[in-house]
Design a protein around this ligand. Structure first.
Ligand code: CUA
Length: 323
């Protein structure tokens, strides 16, 4: 379709949205050509010529033409309105059998939780040809859940739930963007929707559920013995959004890279030197702006009350492991 050439139509409503978009675009182009064409033509036709210094004659209005044109324009605008309304109703109506998934936006990532308790970060896996309803909330500020390939966008608002519903009709991976400026790492708040065959989806969930029951699943609460603190810390590191601002290498993002940080002497913005030990990392998480590393801005949100002591230990274990 015009204007959306490189974007797959990966949801059942994408084609409808594109059709209306193209209709409006074509009407706009045609109107532009007619208006600008007439403007140029009349400018020339009625311009005062050197050979003819007479005043241009006064032209009266044409009631029939004016009423007729208004009527035609009114019909076109109402057609666009009705078309848009019908598709909007389709997009907003959720089939009763829709697969419900919770989405929580936060600075600066997407947390997803399935009904069976399975949690994913920045990756939404859905079955093809199945209606899905995302029930969305925000932990902190306004975000907007945007999947261009589905032609869907919805604000995610703190203090209330919003939703979107879609049926994916194409296999593959499609990016999720945050379409509402939400702070420093807004542009890094990127996820993906992975559309898989229905059978593969069921298998993927069934295996996980079985593993949960048997207590052999990786990184599950029930099988603490099988997962090392480093692995759990690594998971937390992604889940808590650390990755938006901190690389696990040495390159600077919004915050310092964390490789080799542990045990190193660090210079703070007030010139003070501190050794990056357990207490330093704890303080960095709970009171992030108390000790800011030289050359960085105090932007980190606090994790006070959001991490259990156990989780804090896991995160520290993981940071320690980054060489
Ligand atoms: Cu979240 Cu922009």
């Amino acid at each position: 379709m015009i204007g959306t050439i490189n974007l797959p139509q990966a949801s059942s409503m994408a084609g409808n949205v594109d059709a209306l978009y193209s209709f409006i675009l074509i009407i706009s182009i045609v109107s532009f050509v007619i208006i600008v064409g007439a403007l140029v033509y009349f400018s020339y036709k009625y311009s005062r010529k050197k050979s003819n210094p007479d005043t241009t004659s006064y032209i009266h209005g044409n009631t029939a033409l004016e009423v007729g044109m208004s009527a035609v324009l009114f019909v076109i605008v109402m057609l666009i309105f009705a078309w848009g309304w019908i598709d909007y109703k389709k997009i907003r109506s959720v089939p009763a059998n829709a697969l419900e998934i919770n989405v929580i936006g936060q600075q600066w990532l997407w947390n997803l939780e399935y009904k069976n308790g399975r949690q994913l970060t920045n990756e939404l896996i859905v079955p093809k040809d199945t209606p899905v309803k995302l029930i969305m909330g925000s932990k902190d500020v306004l975000h907007s859940f945007y999947v261009p390939a589905f032609r869907l966008k919805q604000d995610v608002v703190p203090g209330q739930f919003t939703y979107i519903s879609f049926t994916a009709i194409e296999l593959g991976e499609f990016p999720i963007f945050c379409a509402e400026f939400c702070g420093t790492a807004h542009s890094g708040m990127i996820g993906k929707v992975k559309v898989v065959e229905k059978a593969d989806y069921e298998k993927w969930q069934n295996i996980w559920e079985l593993e949960q029951r048997l207590g052999v699943s990786e990184a599950s609460e029930k099988s603490g013995e099988q997962v090392s603190p480093v692995e759990r810390g690594k998971e937390l590191f992604t889940k808590q959004g650390c990755t938006a601002c901190h690389s696990t290498g040495s390159n600077k993002l919004v915050g310092p890279g964390l490789a080799g940080l542990f045990g190193r002497e660090t210079t703070l913005s007030d010139g003070k030197k501190v050794s990056a030990d357990e207490n330093y990392i704890r303080k960095s998480l709970m009171e992030p702006n108390a000790e800011v590393v030289e050359g960085f801005t105090p932007l980190m949100p606090t994790y006070k009350g959001q991490l259990s002591d156990e989780e804090l230990n896991h995160l520290i274990a993981y940071i320690k492991s980054l060489k």
